[in-house]
Design a protein around this ligand. Sequence first.
Ligand SMILES: [Fe+2]
Ligand SMILES: [Fe+2]
Length: 352
Amino acid sequence: MLPGVVVLVSDQPGRSALLAEALRGVGTCEVVGLDVDWSTRAAAIAVVADVDAARPAAMQCLLALQAQAWAGTAPLVCISQRTSDKALRQARVLGASACLPFYAEPHIVVTALLNLLNPNEGALNATIRQCAERAGAALTSLFNTASHDGRVDLQAIDSCVDPLLLALSDGGLARWLNTIRAHDNATYQHSLVVAGLAAQFATHIGFPEAQRQRLVRAALVHDVGKARIPRALLLKRGTLDADEAAVMRTHTVLGYEILRASRHADPAMLDAVRHHHEMLDGSGYPDGISGDAISDVVRFLTVCDIYAALTERRSYKPALPSDEAMTILQGMQGRIEPRFVQAFGQAVARAA
Ligand SMILES: [Fe+2]
Ligand SMILES: [Fe+2]
């Protein structure tokens, strides 16, 4: 959060509370109406105007804002009730640094504002977004081929690994997770979240580059077997019954078979895809292996995978906050690797 006040001028009472709450992530947010007297207010770091700029009262309000000495350094984001060129031109004339349509969600308004307040922030966000879009496209293609019994080609996935590691080290995990959760197709969100967590975790532990690449690669494809699970089951609201859960569990072996048929899968990837739901006490699936039979690669990805699932919102459950997810992981003693849980907690806390 930045020091200073973000003023929200609103003549849209139905949504000002939600917008103000989001803006409190940027700075102290004060909500005012069109009758605000700018001359009696201290300088703000930014202004968001959620007003119908065609109304004379709104125009007067924004013109009076422009007359303030501090207005030149405080970006103004206008949320336009109309999306015509004329309305956008009018907003610019009234001093808008950026215009967004009325249907822009609060987190989009916050992102636009942060980009204006810190151009570096904008560049980093753009890098992360491009990287996420590229990885999302590679996953779309992978899942499509896998669902049609085709032989998958991992080259597109491979080409995302280094940019993803670089984007994470430049932009940070928090920015990656926010981008994935805000923009990406839900089907691939989970894989991209696990890949981001794996990149952060592997870097935190200090793994060499080749090992980091292997882990991110495996994380991206770990659930590829779900391409052959019926969509109705993947999208089902509520918990699965015993038969449905048994079908869902087959995604591990299906993924293994899909990738084994590809010439480019390495042994660590095959191991991770088949065994990422195995538990150290033998209670996992599909093979029920335990202890030393479970490799470090699998132990590593299992921690990332469980944390991702706990902190993701699903149709049948809300997203858990990070600290609650960590408490659950710490309570899985005997089932997942405690050394990795501890190190993972540090890696995630450092990124918060
Ligand atoms: Fe899985
Ligand atoms: Fe998973």
